[in-house]
Design a protein. Structure first.
Length: 147
């Protein structure tokens, strides 16, 4: 009887160890996959989050690629959707005019700020290093230099 009970406990223990190892390997795989996806840029213009991600109570990415007509906001129709309660549904829009990126506030409730200055619906020209504040978030605008 002791041998049978010992064998059963042994197999249960081995199963638990294999399950634990499988869980660890799966977590490592998912972490590597996410880090690869998070580091892929399309070699274009992007905004990078300046806040620490853990300081805000909602999900936000480290960076977002920007194209002509990109809308940032809380609504489902925005190109960059962030669940910040201080963002409007379609908070601001990025445009490319004369080879230069601009941002314009889309009549948002809490406003959009570039380098501390509140902007209006009139497009505000952006250059690398400009700080954009929308809702609780601060982003830095990055436009890669051509070599």
């Amino acid at each position: 009887m002791f041998e049978v009970l010992s064998t059963i406990v042994k197999y249960i223990f081995i199963t638990i160890i294999y399950f634990f190892m499988f869980s660890i390997i799966r977590l490592i795989y998912l972490d590597i996959k996410q880090s690869r996806l998070g580091s892929v840029f399309d070699d274009g213009v992007y905004i990078k989050l300046m806040n620490k991600r853990h300081t805000v109570p909602f999900s936000v990415e480290e960076h977002y690629n920007i194209k002509d007509g990109t809308v940032i906001g809380r609504g489902a129709k925005a190109d960059i959707i962030i669940s910040d309660p201080f963002l409007s549904t379609a908070h601001a829009i990025f445009k490319k005019e004369n080879g230069m990126f601009t941002i314009a506030d889309n009549n948002s409730t809490n406003g959009t700020f570039v380098n501390g200055e509140k902007i209006t619906a009139e497009p505000c020209a952006l250059k690398t290093g400009d700080l954009i504040k929308a809702g609780q978030l601060i982003f830095i605008f990055v436009e890669p230099t051509e070599e």
